[in-house]
Structures are given as C-alpha cells and as structure tokens.
Write a protein that binds this ligand. Structure first.
Ligand SMILES: Nc1ncnc2c1ncn2[C@@H]1O[C@H](COP(=O)(O)OP(=O)(O)OP(=O)(O)O)[C@@H](O)[C@H]1O
Ligand SMILES: [Mg+2]
Length: 306
C-alpha cells in the first residue's frame, strides 16, 4: 500500500510549550482520524506536515516530498481545511474558493468552474455570491471544506471539520466527508477531539496526547480489544476496599462510582466479600464491556500518569 505520510522524530515547541514531542508516524492511503483532547498538538502537527511551521528537529515526507521543501507540486496535491477562519473580507464564496484554487496552481477559468461545483457540492449554491464575512459558522465550515477540495487534492487535511456546527449540520458534514472518502480518490486525515466524529468517518485512528502519539491502529482492532469494566458504588469508607484492588486499574468517576478493570473471569463474589471485609457495602454494581471511549480515556490517562 502507498505511504502518504512518513515522519521521523518531529519536535516543535512554542517557547517553553512542547507542542509536538518526538513524533514518528506512518500513514498509508485511506482515511485516518487524529484524535486527542484540546491542546494535544493536533493542529501543530498538521502545520508541520504541511510545511507552515518548521520542525526544530526530526524530518518527514508527504507524498514523497520532504516536509520542508514546500514544493509547488505538493501544494497542488494537498488540501487543507484549517481550524481557524482564514477569510478575506469583501470576497464572496466563488471569489474565495477560486482564489484558493489558483493558489494551488489551477488556471483561472478552471478554478472558477470548479469553485461553482464544489460550492454546490457542500450545499452553498444559493449563498455563493454572498460576502463571506456574513456567513454563519456552519456555512464557514462548509466553505472551508469546499476550498480545501477545489483542486482535487490527493491528500486532504481537515482540522476539526465539525467545529461550531449544530447537530444537523454536523451530521451533514460527516456525510460529506464520507462521500468524499467513498469516491476513493483522496486520502484524508481528520483531526478532532470528538470520538464519535472519528468513529463515523475513519478506519484508522491516531491518538495524540501532550504532543505524543500514543496509539495508531485500526478502530476495529481497538474496539475488538474489549475489557470488562466493573462499575461499583460503595456505601461508606472506600479506602479499605480500594486497597484490596490496588494492583488493578481503577478510577473514581461521577457521584462516587468507581470504574475498575478486572479480568473477565474475576468472581463477583470476591468483590462483594472484599466490601464486607473492609467494612463497607456495595450500593451499585454493574459489569459491562469497555467502549472505544473507555479505551480513548484510558490511553490518555496512562500518558498522563508518568
Ligand atoms: N501560537 C501559539 N503560541 C503558543 N503556544 C501555542 C500556540 N499554538 C498552540 N500552542 C500550544 O501548543 C499546544 C498544542 O496546541 P495545538 O493547537 O497544536 O493543539 P490541538 O490538539 O490542535 O488543540 P485543539 O483541540 O484545542 O485545537 C497547546 O499547549 C497550545 O496551548
Ligand atoms: Mg487544533
């Protein structure tokens, strides 16, 4: 399978803030989610890959071009939907989109023709001659998507594509992304802090936290690694009980609920006995399979524990 991105030990800091910490990564043709909480370094990593920021150490290639070369050929083959609104006041959507097409190397007439097509595609046909500073944030997201695909890139970067959208628009954005991906001509990297958005669009997920990549796997593989989660709520003093389980992973959640990861053959009786022995009792008990959300939270928790 063709490699799209290849990074070796990339580092980038803003002053004292280490935003990208020794990142190595390999992606192939396909659709990847870059998932991580706010401040994880997702936007910074995208900007490094696109050559907008220069890594302080490490190196990488995108579609075979060095990330620092900032080659015209690369601009023609890569699309980028930024997180921020980079609008040019006074322009309408056709001007803006065709202008970005021209920056990606398209001849003027072709850029204008394609601008109309992609604006229609994202559902902005009727607003295409409106000044873009009057656009709502949902319309702005559609416009940015249209502009990022106007030149038919081979590799598309979408930074928080559903940000600021209401549930209906968000669903439509996800459908658009899936439609683009189904056409099979573009590889896509989508950054988000929203797991359901990644699950709804991607096959592979790259989990990032505190500047580091902490997982890079098929979502189906992560989802198949189910573990048993025991949710327990205790009566009084929980310390004696927790001491008995200290070799297992647990976290204390909302309203005093303790979530524990125990082997699936762990006997329920042992849990009830442990409560009795430590002078408390169990008020709530539930055994369930882990969700992808648990795995995501777990991975982030582990990264923070060191
Ligand atoms: N221009 C900047 N100057 C200083 N620090 C910055 C700058 N941009 C980002 N940072 C810091 O670098 C870290 C990574 O930020 P980045 O925007 O890459 O994260 P992110 O994963 O995209 O977050 P979000 O989900 O909020 O978009 C954060 O700690 C952030 O505060
Ligand atoms: Mg970001």
């Amino acid at each position: 399978m063709e490699t799209t991105i290849e990074l070796n030990g990339l580092n980038f800091s803003y002053g004292d803030i280490k935003a990208v910490d020794n990142v190595s990564l390999n992606t192939k043709k396909g659709i990847y989610g870059l998932l991580g909480p706010n401040g994880a370094g997702k936007t910074t990593l995208m900007k490094l890959i696109l050559g907008f920021l220069k890594a302080q150490s490490g190196n990488g290639k995108v579609l075979g071009y060095g990330i620092e070369e900032n080659r015209r050929e690369l601009r023609e083959q890569v699309g980028y939907m930024s997180e921020s609104d980079s609008l040019i006041p006074g322009m309408d959507a056709v001007d803006f989109t065709s202008y970005l097409g021209r920056l990606s190397g398209m001849p003027k007439q072709e850029a204008i023709k394609r601008a109309h097509e992609v604006l229609y595609y994202v559902g902005l046909e009727e607003s295409r001659y409106r000044k873009i500073e009057t656009y709502s944030s949902g319309m702005m997201q559609r416009l940015k998507l249209a502009s990022s695909i106007v030149h038919d890139p081979v590799l598309l970067f979408l930074d928080e594509p559903t940000s600021g959208m209401d549930p209906g628009s968000r669903k439509e954005m996800i459908e658009l992304i899936n439609d683009i991906s189904r056409k099979g001509t573009m590889s896509i990297i989508i950054s988000s802090h929203i797991l359901p958005d990644i699950e709804a669009t991607c096959e592979d997920v790259i989990i990032m936290d505190k500047g580091k990549i902490i997982a890079n796997e098929k979502i189906s593989v992560i989802a198949s690694k189910e573990i048993d989660i025991f949710e327990i709520k205790l009566g009084r003093d929980t310390s004696g009980f927790l001491k008995k389980f200290r070799k297992f992973k647990y976290e204390e959640g909302d309203r005093g609920v303790i979530r524990m990861q125990l082997p699936s053959d762990f006997s329920t009786k042992e849990i009830f006995d442990a409560a009795l022995e430590s002078g408390t009792h169990i008020k709530h008990f539930l055994k369930r399979k882990s969700t992808l959300e648990d795995t995501f939270m777990n991975a982030i928790g582990e990264n923070g524990a060191d």
